[in-house]
Structure formats: C-alpha cells, structure tokens
Design a protein around this ligand. Structure first.
Ligand SMILES: CC(C)(COP(=O)(O)OP(=O)(O)OC[C@H]1O[C@@H](n2cnc3c(N)ncnc32)[C@H](O)[C@@H]1OP(=O)(O)O)[C@@H](O)C(=O)NCCC(=O)NCCS
Length: 180
C-alpha cells in the first residue's frame, strides 16, 4: 500500500494492488443503496474482486488504479477506481468513487477529489472524466458542484438489472501546455 494523499486530516488514500481488491468487499456490501440505485441489486459476492477486472477491453492493467480510503482506525471507508491514459495520453477516467454511508454528506468527497486531482496532475494528467448513471441524481449534483461539465449522454445500456443512460462528464485539470 502506498499513501497518495490525505483528506480532512483523518482520512488517508492509499494505492492498492489489483490482487487486494477483494478487501473492498465489506465496504461494497455496506453500500447497498448505491448498488440498488445503479444496478437494481446488492453488491455481488465477488464485487470487490471484480473491480479491476471490469476495465474496458484493451486497457493494460498498469493503466488502472485502485485507491482505498481509510480512517484513523484503519477501516476502509471509500474506494476510487480509475484509469490513466484513457482514451488518450494525458486523460484520466474515474470509474467509481464510493464512500461508506456514514462518511457521506460531510464534505469528504470534495476533499478526496481535490487530493485525487492533485495526484493525477502530478502524474501528467490534464483531463478527468466520470460517467454518471442517470438514476444517480445526487451524484450528478456532486460532480456539477465539483466543476465537471456535461459532455455526452451514452446509451441506454444494461447495468446489472437496469437499463439507463450514462452522462459522460469532463473536467480540465491543467492545460496540456502547462504540463511539464
Ligand atoms: C458521491 C459521493 C462520493 C460524494 O461525496 P460526499 O462527501 O458525500 O459529498 P457531499 O457531502 O457533497 O454529498 C453528495 C450527495 O450525497 C448524498 N448524501 C449525503 N449524505 C448521504 C448519506 N449518508 N447516504 C447517502 N447519500 C448521501 C446527498 O444527496 C448529496 O447530494 P445533495 O447534497 O446534492 O443532495 C458520496 O456521496 C458517495 O459515495 N455516494 C454514493 C456513491 C456514488 O453515488 N458515487 C458516485 C458514482 S458516479
């Protein structure tokens, strides 16, 4: 585990290797509200192990990153799963950002996103995209508050037991010219 950044003084974001992904399982099971809303079912028994296996085809594993957010007691209370260099060099994609219900609504999401964006900049990324599920209206408000702009509606597509559209959103981190 490699510490990447801190948030709100008491949360640490650490890089996790793909084989450790199953350690996210208890967190994913605690987020049943999110899985019901976005997939129409709870987390699958192997949801954690699947996290790094569901990257788009053709993306090399070294392009992916898994980040665990832990509290001062060491409990994993959040996950960020993303890609660098997708679909172009210098562009990043955040596939999942999920916090345990008891740490939502406290500004932690914004603090983590700032740390994550700084880390991506240090890695030479100048654009960050997210895909927002149409039913997830509170997430859509969150990304808009964080400065993401609508790019394109994609779908409808099958997501678990549901069919809906996904809004691709985009935020400029730095201009390419400003990247050393
Ligand atoms: C989206 C998320 C990362 C934002 O982080 P955060 O620190 O909670 O951010 P905020 O405090 O700004 O709250 C964001 C929204 O979460 C919702 N929220 C707040 N507390 C919550 C709780 N205890 N349980 C569920 N949702 C909650 C609110 O509706 C809020 O939106 P609103 O203020 O526009 O109504 C976090 O709420 C989360 O993990 N949500 C579930 C997973 C998710 O939807 N991820 C985004 C996938 S695209």
């Amino acid at each position: 585990m490699r510490p990447l950044f801190q948030a709100q003084g008491s949360f640490t974001a650490e890089r996790i290797e793909d084989p450790e992904a199953e350690r996210f399982q208890p967190l994913l099971e605690r987020c049943e509200d999110f899985f019901q809303l976005c997939f129409g079912r709870p987390a699958r028994p192997d949801e954690g192990r699947q996290l790094p296996l569901e990257r788009p085809p053709g993306v090399p594993s070294e392009a992916g990153h898994l980040i665990a957010v832990r509290d001062t007691s060491g409990q994993w209370v959040g996950v960020l799963e993303g890609l660098q260099g997708y679909r172009k060099p210098g562009e990043a994609y955040l596939g999942l950002m999920l916090l345990a219900p008891h740490v939502r609504g406290l500004g932690l999401g914004a603090a983590l996103l700032h740390g994550y964006e700084d880390w991506l900049r240090s890695e030479g990324m100048h654009v960050l995209r997210v895909g927002v599920s149409e039913p997830n209206t509170s997430a859509l408000r969150f990304w808009r508050r964080m400065g993401f702009e609508d790019e394109e509606w994609v779908g409808p597509m099958r997501q678990g037991e549901l069919n809906y559209r996904v809004l691709r959103m985009r935020k400029t981190l730095t201009s390419p010219a400003a990247t050393p």
